[in-house]
Design a protein around this ligand. Sequence first.
Ligand code: THU
Length: 132
Amino acid sequence: MNTTMEQTLLQKAKDARAFSQAKYSHFKVGAALLTDANEIITGCNVESSSYSLTICAERVALTKALSEGKTKFKAIAIAAKDGEFCPPCGACRQLLFDYAPDLEIILTNGNQQQHYTIKELLPHAFEDSQLG
Ligand code: THU
């Protein structure tokens, strides 16, 4: 991905964090998912008083995109607290892998970036081919 697109994606993830519904944890997360057509779909975490119903920013972005018929993805940027990188949780890793096994993952701590692939973050993944 070129630098301009990466900067745009990072900024969208940071902007999406402003909409975070995190009244229980106060941990605000924003995500920006890049489609193969270079569209950007954002998400933020949405928490519930029944804590386990909370949805992470990454899964909000992914399900928003899928529900709009966007099914091919190149990258996702994730922004949380300034000064800290926020790697995706295990549940998000599985869902991201299911829909985008070659996804690039860009974490930002506000001014520095870390780059991963979903395969690096979820080695030996369970995958749909195993369902027969
Ligand atoms: N969270 C995310 O949205 N994404 C992550 O990658 C890690 C965790 C959210 C879930 C919950 O609302 C809060 O952060 C604390 O776990």
